[in-house]
Design a protein around this ligand. Structure first.
Ligand code: SAH
Length: 396
């Protein structure tokens, strides 16, 4: 096994159990140059053993650490223990039910950097996002099959981050049956959804919002709601179930809006829902100018900030869309606003919403703060795992 020695003074994050070693922290490598995904030992400059992890020869994150215990090899047994622990955590949350859906393995937060596994009514969808995970796909599929006895395991490693690892996109059946084109799942609050595991966004659904939809729905009885960036209508369907009198759902994806209509049919709601395939910014400007007003507006945009360099531009985008949303709200209405950009902190996000309120000349009260659902836990040694923040605001 190759030995990687860090630069003097670069051991602190490792001793604090942060799981990433950047290329700039590395002083030298002894032994044969590690191959992609191979296990390496990490030493401090003064010579003490620190941790063990997997090598990546393309990413700036050169090593993902898997253990700080010298006696623990990074082998199949370690993967099996970590996978079983992650699954047990979701079972204890009551989220692993036969027709339900939840995130079973959330990468670094579950001690498995680069591995995402989502459960959808007996099917597993896997993302292998690092060289180490790509190398071990067969072993991981084998352990998952033994642990969960699913109908099938489907790979959706078509995320952009694979680029940084020098890995091409990959998708297809890893084990067992292929999922049907449309699968029905039961989400928290007895909400039924149609999901497309093979072609839908992410692994098919935004599971991180499952409980937040119910928190927002609590304000929707008798209300006219505008669901911006609705995807397959998670917020719209929850609002309809809670007795919204009318809903308008906006997304640029026609495919997502079709699935929203499938979802509405599954939930047998009577709320009239208008779907609008268009850019949210343009739609909001038009409604503002036409004096069209709503009681509840949901803003759940895609990630605006992908790198530190994009944070400023992202905050301008959040500010604009929040300002527009406030302008189409009736006095006393509810704004449920989210950001899933990990690089935009909750403090910064609150400041952005503050800026929008000033420009809109509205009094805005935070009545609830929201985060990602509990099947996306945040490991204390890896705060980067926290990315979703939401504010439910009363806008006077
Ligand atoms: N609210 C959804 C998840 C939203 S994900 C849920 O609860 O499941 C973000 C969505 O924004 C995606 O569906 C994407 O198609 C859409 N989108 C991205 N840019 C957009 C734009 N400018 N206007 C409208 N929709 C957009």
């Amino acid at each position: 096994m190759a030995i990687v020695t860090l630069q003097p003074g670069k051991e602190r994050p490792v001793t604090l159990r942060h799981p990433w070693v950047f290329s700039g922290a590395i002083a030298r490598i002894q032994g044969n140059a590690p191959v992609r995904g191979e296990v390496v030992d990490v030493y401090a400059a003064r010579g003490d053993w620190l941790a063990r992890g997997c090598w990546s020869d393309e990413s700036q994150i050169r090593i993902r650490l898997f253990t700080w215990n010298h006696n623990e090899p990074v082998d199949d047994a370690l993967f099996r223990r970590r996978i079983e622990r992650a699954v047990d955590g979701r079972r204890k949350l009551g989220m692993l039910t036969s027709d339900g859906a939840c995130r079973l393995i959330y990468a670094e937060s579950d001690g498995l950097p680069g591995l995402i596994v989502d459960y959808y009514a007996g099917f597993l969808v896997v993302q292998l996002l690092t060289q180490a995970m790509a190398l071990r796909s067969a072993m991981i599929a084998h352990i998952l099959a033994e642990t969960l006895a699913p109908h099938g395991i489907y790979e959706r490693s078509d995320a952009d981050v694979r680029d940084k690892e020098g890995l091409p996109p990959a998708s297809g059946v890893l084990w067992g049956e292929a999922p049907p084109r449309l699968l029905h799942v039961q989400l928290p609050g007895n909400i039924r959804h149609a999901v497309d595991l093979r072609a839908g966004q992410k692994t098919g659904a935004y599971l991180d919002q499952a409980f937040n939809r119910l928190r927002v729905a609590a304000h929707c009885a008798g209300a006219e709601i505008l669901d911006c960036f609705c995807y397959t209508g998670g917020f719209t369907i929850a609002a309809a179930r809670a007795g919204a009198c009318r809903a308008t759902a906006v997304d640029t994806s026609e495919a997502a809006l079709n699935m929203l209509r499938d979802g509405l049919a599954l939930n047998a709601t009577t709320t009239p829902v208008e779907t609008v395939a268009a850019d949210v910014f343009q739609v909001l400007r038009r409604y503002r100018d036409e004096q069209r007003r709503f009681d509840v507006v949901v803003l759940d945009p895609p990630k605006f900030a992908h790198t530190h360099a994009h944070v400023e531009r992202a905050t301008r985008g959040y500010k604009d869309v929040n300002l527009l949303a406030m302008q189409v709200l009736r006095p006393g209405g509810i704004l449920a606003t989210f950001s899933c950009s990990g690089l935009v902190s909750s403090d910064l996000f609150q400041k952005v919403v503050f800026g929008a309120a000033l420009d809109a000349r509205r009094d805005v009260q935070i009545i609830e703060r929201l985060t990602q659902s509990p099947d996306h836990p945040v490991l204390l040694t890896f705060p980067e795992g926290e990315y979703l923040k939401g504010l439910i605001c009363r806008v006077w």
